[in-house]
Design a protein around this ligand. Structure first.
Ligand code: HEC
Length: 166
């Protein structure tokens, strides 16, 4: 009996130590869990760019939205030519005009993002051509074309986020 008591006395600090270690691990797991939870909230891939490139990208983005806005406005009054002009303003011509300025930026973007970006600009040109070649085009067909185009905006926005890190 006396021997048992002394064993427990000797093991006391060990149990206490284990309790501390377990508590620290549980708190650690809890905090790590919270961290991975908050990054899961926004599962987009971060693309690091320079501060001036970020301004350039976002300016271009707002032009895309503005072009869509003008296209819808023109289509609402049946003006396919004006809609085509708006679409063309953000077609591949826009990419070419920015090519020199953007060359180093484009090289740094993930390949999938680049493909999606180029195909979005090409899509605007396709729509412009269809609008010009087919006067009196069916409204639903136009809407379907614009939907396919905006699917790309949605896809890229779901996948990427940009951060100015230098
Ligand atoms: C290849 C990828 C890609 C495509 C395609 C794309 N975007 Fe973006 N867009 C982005 C990224 C990345 C951001 C920044 C998001 C962030 O960091 O939270 C952005 C931001 C924006 C913003 C916010 C601009 C600001 O000033 O904050 C607008 C508006 C926008 N996009 C419109 C569009 C529209 C409209 C389309 C389609 C016609 C489109 N984008 C297609 C990648 C893309």
């Amino acid at each position: 009996m006396k021997e048992n008591e002394s064993i427990f006395k000797r093991l006391g600090p060990l149990f206490f130590g284990l309790w501390i270690v377990t508590t620290v691990m549980l708190v650690g797991l809890f905090l790590m869990g919270r961290m991975s939870f908050s990054s899961l909230e926004d599962g987009r891939r971060v693309v690091e760019v320079s501060a001036s490139d970020k301004v350039l990208i976002l300016t271009e983005m707002r032009e895309l939205l503005f072009a869509l806005n003008r296209m819808h406005g023109a289509l609402a009054v049946g003006d396919q030519q004006a809609a085509a002009d708006a679409a063309e303003s953000v077609g591949m011509g826009m990419v070419e005009s920015l090519a020199e300025r953007e060359a180093s930026l484009i090289a740094k973007l993930p390949i999938e993002m680049k493909k999606l970006g180029f195909s979005t600009h090409e899509n605007f040109d396709d729509i412009a051509k269809k609008l010009r070649d087919n006067p009196g085009m069916d409204q639903r067909t136009i809407s379907a074309e614009i939907k396919t185009l905006t699917d790309k905006c949605v896809a890229c926005h779901a996948a990427y986020r940009i951060e100015a890190t230098y």
